[in-house]
Design a protein around this ligand. Structure first.
Ligand SMILES: Cc1cc2nc3c(=O)[nH]c(=O)nc-3n(C[C@H](O)[C@H](O)[C@H](O)COP(=O)(O)O)c2cc1C
Length: 334
């Protein structure tokens, strides 16, 4: 019912924002791969709330525990199960949401579909679920490095309003709170986000993801083209409204002779080893000014801009797509 992703490297995600915990199960990860909680924690810390002034005030330490599938530090080939406890829920803050739908959140759709209202912070539709994706993505990355795959994935905040990173320097992404690939632009973005936060408003923007040295031959004709799987993976991330690669929607302005100069890494839906560069549009946080709907609702327990915390989620989804297609391609060859 939509909680499982992948064909061979299969991830099941479970849990709600204000339940006891969230977690995942990975079935299909090969044995003999060194794996520890530390391998996962680094990326989880990049997604964690409460990292800086421009992220939500919810304080979750997001410590992952591996429950199964690892023995003496190595994967066993059996399902890898992991759990992340919820600790800072403040569910009572959301009690008055019982009778309200937050604008552009999933409250109304879930109520229409299930007829059950988990009003505590969005339940399953909360972006808290994306921590599971980040943990699974870290395991996918570890699996690929075990097979000596040298792929690198860099996602970064490319644009917020008219502030655009034109010449990305991926080495500075983790050196600024916005996760932009340009320190000067990052400073301006940070100021803009703080000014917007003071006005109790929010901002959206564009994330770019660059995949370098992806193995060739990944992607299955015809419905499981790698571009289709990236699109699904990235559009499945909360608040993502748009996906493009190559010239994307700009093709409307290009002639063939111009577009042919734009090389990309996945013709025919199969990787060719060239860089894969994709852009994702992320909407401005919608759960703003809730106190205007009801004065008892919490103020400021949201990110004024989702992009810095969405960056590791975008990278994780790309690792999951590549890991799954890598194992599919490997099974075809053997
Ligand atoms: C890292 C991350 C954090 C998010 N935090 C919030 C938040 O604090 N408030 C909010 O309204 N939406 C937040 N969202 C977006 C919602 O989860 C999303 O808008 C909601 O599930 C509805 O889905 P849709 O926008 O994809 O239609 C966040 C998304 C991400 C990726």
């Amino acid at each position: 019912m939509g909680s499982i992703f992948g064909h061979i490297f299969r991830v099941t995600s479970w849990g709600e924002s204000h339940g006891k915990a969230i977690g995942g199960v990975i079935d299909g990860c090969p044995p003999h791969i060194f794996l520890s909680e530390n391998d996962i924690q680094f990326d989880l810390d990049r997604r964690r709330p409460g990292q800086s002034l421009i992220t939500t005030a919810r304080q979750e330490e997001d410590k992952v525990e591996i429950l199964s599938g690892v023995f003496e530090g190595k994967t066993t080939g059996t399902p890898i199960s992991f759990i992340i406890w919820n600790k800072n829920q403040h569910s009572q803050d959301y009690a008055s949401l019982k009778n309200l739908y937050r604008p552009q959140h999933a409250d109304e759709s879930y109520d229409l579909k299930y007829g059950i209202r988990d009003y505590r912070g969005g339940g399953r539709a909360s972006a808290r679920e994306t921590a599971v994706r980040v943990a699974a993505g870290a395991i996918a990355k570890k699996m690929l490095s075990h097979f000596n795959i040298k792929t690198q994935i860099f996602a970064y905040t490319k644009q917020i309003q008219n502030l655009i990173v034109e010449n990305p320097d991926v080495t500075v992404i983790e050196k600024n709170s916005v996760r932009a690939a340009d320190l000067k632009i990052a400073k301006k973005m940070e100021k803009l986000i703080l000014r917007t936060k003071e006005k109790n408003d929010s901002l959206g923007g564009i994330i770019e993801v660059q995949i370098l040295d992806c193995p060739v031959g990944l992607g299955e004709p015809v419905f499981d083209k790698i571009k289709a799987d990236f699109a699904k993976a990235l559009l499945s991330v909360n608040a993502v409204l748009g996906f493009q690669y190559g010239a994307g929607f700009n093709v409307a302005h290009l002639k063939g002779s111009e577009n042919n100069k734009n090389e990309n890494g996945m013709y025919g839906g199969i990787t060719n080893g060239r860089p894969i560069i994709m852009q994702i549009a992320v909407k401005p946080t919608s759960s703003i000014q809730l106190e205007k709907l009801d004065p008892t609702l919490p103020k400021g327990r949201h990110d004024p801009c989702l992009l810095p915390r969405a960056v590791p989620v975008i990278e994780a989804m790309c690792w999951l797509v590549i890991a799954d297609h890598y194992l599919r391609q490997k099974s075809l060859k053997n």
